[in-house]
Design a protein. Structure first.
Lengths: 545, 545
């Protein structure tokens, strides 16, 4: 039996687009004499469709795609993910399902049993978990169809679920496992995934064909990396990350095993690729073309600029250099150097005149009061406004350049440098920003060395440095990782040897900045815990504040 | 047996504050010779604690509150809601529980079985559902302890759950039902709640003591209105909405019934009270005092201003009047009239000079291009920046005045009039803004008649009217209600007789404005479907766009 995996990039609610690329893949698989083609989880409608699932019309349109795919299934079996209506009155209205189409008809519908409802996932919001397990017979083989999370409850220290779907399936002695996934990227996820697949294959002693999607849906990035694993626990094949791929596999050869074809998984390289794809898909799926950003001469905006240029092409990037009276001389030079090196167009707009007009207008009301954060924020907001004016006038989308350390502690101005349609680096800690910059400069200096080596500064008052008001990033980032990614309380962090005052201050800053993050742009997710829908915190919480 | 219900206002993560008000309530109940005092769902830590629940330290602090309450339980039984750790390895880590404390000890822990995971609710994200049901014996009576949603799976057309907790409890023949709730307000919720309680009482033929919390948690408002219902289905007592209340009830008298004490539930009045409480609690829980807003002379800012004044007191409100060259003469007059009538302080700042400076600075880049939305947005953003400058300088919090119709279709400027710490009216359709204004003016003219009767306009270009670019609000609001609250697709809405083009355009506008709402302030929720965490939509979705 020849099995085809199609690793595609789906677009939420774009039923025509999703159908047409699946049809194309089916055509190709037929030409290749394949017996069965497998797509990913919810591939008719894209993943995650979120509350669109609550619209009957949306489900109806997804079912129309299934109907169209049926017509393609006379000579080939098609396995495709789609939501289905739960026929029972009790329970949630939908199932997260996989259709097995063959001979022009729906032969079988398998439902997902383990519904992730943590981090960015909300599947229990929409779906009823499956409780009946059945394999599918096709050309003399029994297939265990599973959907994403279904294979993840295995050998965990702290399992979130009380059932193991494959244990149930095994009662019917399937010949192989198909898994339809929409499994989001994080820097370590591809490694974890391969271990989970291996644990399954070694436990059940049958091969697995795991088909993941790729592409980003605003904040959530899917990395592909679909896998075929033989019963010997060796990776028969691993598809490339972050790109379209379609390959055919001979079941007998996969069963035989003995081949190991794993891809390298260097974290910094994966994060780089994820961010580039995240920018690219954001623009293409929203039917946008050109990006805009402010270049300060610092490392965050320089890195964002390089990523955007790699994603969209130099002809589609425009940058503004907006020096103030507090900008160091080097800032404009460094920013211009980068723009010229990348070959992107830039404009220089001094913000001093506008700042003076604001000061003049506000003077009667603020007279006698000392300058403070107000005046710093005004500068940041003037820059935000100028960028938005260019954005509105030329139809370019503003990219936000805030990093995760700043976003965590609220070191940024709401409606100022926190503006933007997409926050490119807000899941990348400052220390990782340096790593990524070195990675980009590994062959030649693209990001000016000066932007990398100078002390970080917002340059909003004379001689200002980030280190005036924040702990050193090499300490801060470690504390933030414990608090944000690992959800450790302050005492647990202090017990690891960190300074008590710094820990308490850092955690408090994170909690107090919740109101800023609530209004910040969507963040490209590259860690296991990113700001946004994956981290839901009360604004009014008193905990640790 | 004397039973006390304590309807209190909890603060998320404020363990000391929550404990001290519960202790005070217990003292009072002891003075009143009560046998049992009942608090609300998750009263140790406040509801909804969201991802704080994932911090072991947070759960530990909540358990310390339970420990302290135990020491108060020698002469009185205390029923209190708190998260508990699930001792099983498999399944979610926590239960949403109710502790029964007596004689200085934990006598019983009941877990919630029905975990809401829709709209603003995410309980399945944290909690394992209860599967074992047991009543508590106390002074010769058997008590069925239920938590919020546990009593809601009854008589629904489309039940979300497959079990009915009270059916299980009834196997032990309880004498009465206790329900600990944190049940959020919406305009029609108090009516629905009383019918659900009635359905339970009539089905099981035992009384129910239903204890709800009150107070807001940023966007979510809890309305109190705790209920004691006799087995005859009559409302023995209904506590006031939106305020602290503690009352004692004699179980025998409640069982006897025959009394009907329901409160009036006029929607416009409830929404008014909810919004006032929402503003008040936002400030008090964040330890803030003074509010700031821009007064345009229009009805939305006028209504917001009145609500804020009622919530915080006239001495704590400051308004800015920021006319431009396009402002009508009446606008400043109407705004000033309102400020003077309310006795609040106001400043007038013309934005023309700043606008001219921007134009001058941008002219070299925009020359030859026609004026468009860019220049309109610049004006809105100058106003946002001036308000934020006052906010920063004086420590006042900016209130956002956008209404739900505008927020739905994206009729507002990001980083301009969409600025603010809290969106007061963004769950109130424009047609409801008029209703609320008439309600406020029912005895005397507080909101100037002129603000109510003039055609809505953003006044960002000469002669601009909302109706130039939007359908009439009386039509638009009906379509939006079908699409947002009822989640009807466009064809279903058109089938009701609405114009096809207007429906399609309206739905498209809603979907296209997702990126703006993503960065908008938290919205006080007064409907069954508010913008924010209760409505989760993809930004890149292609559906209907």
């Amino acid at each position: 039996m020849k099995i085809t995996l199609a690793q595609l990039n789906y677009h939420i609610g774009n039923f025509d687009g999703n159908l047409s690329q699946m049809k194309e893949a089916i055509e190709k698989a037929k030409e290749d004499q394949s017996d069965l083609i497998c797509f990913s989880e919810l591939s008719t409608c894209g993943y995650p469709p979120r509350d669109f699932l609550e619209f009957r019309d949306f489900i109806h349109q997804s079912m129309n795609v299934i109907q169209s795919l049926c017509e393609q299934s006379f000579d080939i079996a098609i396995v495709v993910g789609a939501p289905t209506v739960n026929p029972e009155i009790e329970g949630k209205d939908l199932y997260n399902s996989a259709f097995f189409l063959y001979g022009g008809k729906v032969q079988h519908i398998a439902h997902k049993a383990l519904l992730p409802n943590y981090d960015i996932f909300d599947e229990y919001r929409y779906f009823e978990p499956n409780k009946k397990f059945k394999t599918v017979e096709f050309k003399g083989k029994k297939i265990a169809i599973t959907i994403c999370e279904d294979i993840w409850n295995l050998g965990n220290n702290n399992p979130m679920y009380t059932i193991v779907p494959m244990d149930e399936m095994m009662k019917e002695n399937p010949d192989f496992i198909l898994n339809l996934s929409a499994s989001p990227f994080s820097a370590t996820h591809a490694k974890e995934r391969i271990e989970v697949i291996r644990a399954n294959v070694l436990k059940y002693k049958i091969p697995m064909f795991y088909c993941n999607s790729f592409g980003s849906q605003t904040d959530v990035i899917f990395d592909g990396g679909s896998i075929v694993m033989s019963p010997d626990g060796l990776t028969y094949d691993e598809m490339p990350f972050f790109e379209k791929c379609q390959r055919n596999y001979d079941l007998d050869q996969v069963c035989e095993g003995g081949k190991s074809n794993e891809l390298p998984k260097e974290e910094v390289s994966l994060i780089y690729q994820a961010l580039v794809l995240g920018i690219k898909d954001y623009f293409s799926k929203l039917n946008l073309k050109t990006a805009l950003l402010g270049l300060s001469g610092g490392i965050d905006s320089a890195l964002t600029c390089v990523l955007a240029t790699h994603a969209l092409g130099k002809e589609n990037i425009k940058v503004l250099l907006m020096p103030s009276q507090y900008s160091s001389e080097g800032s404009v030079v460094d920013a211009r150097d980068l723009a010229e090196k990348l070959g992107i167009s830039y404009e220089i707009i001094a913000i001093e005149d506008i700042f003076k007009t604001y000061s003049h207008v506000l003077d009667p009301f603020f007279s006698g009061m000392p300058q403070n954060i107000t005046e710093e924020n005004i500068q940041a907001r003037i820059r935000g406004m100028l960028l938005m004016a260019f954005s509105n006038k030329f139809g370019s989308i503003l990219l936000n350049t805030t990093n995760k350390s700043e976003m965590a502690v609220g070191y940024g101005t709401l409606y100022g440098d926190l503006c933007g349609g997409l926050a490119v680096l807000a899941d990348v800690y400052k220390t990782q920003v340096y790593e990524l910059s070195h990675y980009i400069n590994r062959n030649e200096e693209i990001i000016p060395q000066n932007s990398i080596s100078k002390p970080p500064s917002a340059e909003l008052r004379p001689g200002q440095k980030d280190s005036d008001s924040l702990p050193d990033y090499s300490i801060l980032d470690k504390i933030l990782y414990q608090y944000i990614e690992l959800e450790k309380g302050p005492n647990e962090i202090i017990d690891q040897g960190f300074d008590r005052d710094i820990v308490l201050r850092s955690c408090r800053l994170v909690n107090k900045a919740e109101f800023k993050r609530y209004q910040s742009p969507p963040v490209l997710r590259v860690s296991s815990k990113s700001f946004g829908l994956g981290r839901r915190m009360p604004i009014e919480g008193k905990y640790l504040v």
